[in-house]
Design a protein around this ligand. Sequence first.
Ligand code: SAH
Length: 370
Amino acid sequence: MSKFRQPYLFAIIYKKILFFQNMKTIKKDIRTLSKESLRVFFVKNSDKAFRGNQVYEWLWIKSAQTFNEMTNLPLTTREMLKDNFVINHILVDKMQKSIDGTIKNAIKLYDGLIVESVLIPTKKRTTACVSSQVGCSLDCNFCATGKLKRMRNLNAGEIYDQVVEINRQSKLYYNRKLSNIVFMGMGEPLLNYKNVINAIHKITNDEGLGMSAKRITLSTVGIPKMIKKMADDGVKFNLAVSLHAAINEIRSRLMPINDTNNLEDLLDSLQYWYEKTKRKITFEYVVFKEFNDTQKDINALVKYCKQIPSKVNLITYNNIGDEEYQAADRKIIEQYVKTLETNNIIVKVRRSRGDDIAAACGQLANKMIR
Ligand code: SAH
């Protein structure tokens, strides 16, 4: 070996040693451990397995943010946990209230990244709109989140915590518990499937929030392969699909995902979903001026809906400061409603909420409007 290369190699080896030493000192987030793994951890550390159950309860039912809160554990045990783990929890960085009562939260994650979660109160219910990813990779042209780069998936704890926080706000400001959860915040939940399912499991489990899966709706751009997987996995929550057009060429212009996952493949997966779950699909549909506002578009939607038990939510376009898109005239929306109803398809026109603080569908882009 040449004289020149030797110091260079030593430097690399030294760097590697430092790297592995660092790895050792980076503590694991205890909330990534299952109850069983916690039990095993305690047994391995010469303690009783039931300590695992106690810690699990503190972490999920009681949402403890520090080990010191775990007062039924001996001090030495709490210290031992501190030496081995951290609890990565979310923090509300900023909160804003709309004139209609909607509350938007900028949530800071352990690594400093921000996502948004929204509390939407109505007369009958309070709904949490939660995020599943930081940013989004899907580039739906009319969506503000779609313009943000996808940074990373949220872990199950970060998704769960949003629900806990919104539930706390619901009780504090509206004197009632959260009644519904929609995965309609930032990101595409089916591109973070494992963590979303894990979070929903904890949200619905008695050793978590104990909410009914029937009150949870997952909204997706429509990824056929994953819709079939959900059906096979026997999930119990509701499915909403962002359709926005029932003509391939138009849907592709609005949502590039349609180039590789077209309407026919989507329909095939939805029929599979219905066969397995017997639960109707909700189509979300924004009517845009000059994109999908003709009778031809309406007829295509009717034809599509007739092939699958479904209902339609017509959503008003929420401005994202882009010249290209505008909401369709009210008359067109009325025409959609009339034609769908004549064909016995259930349709609702969804009022936009939290528009004044950029908290409405598609407006979540980490901007706190003053
Ligand atoms: N990725 C998922 C969930 C996030 S968006 C999905 O696409 O379904 C939640 C809903 O808001 C979707 O139906 C989306 O198409 C819609 N949306 C996005 N931008 C919008 C806007 N500017 N106005 C109205 N709805 C919008």
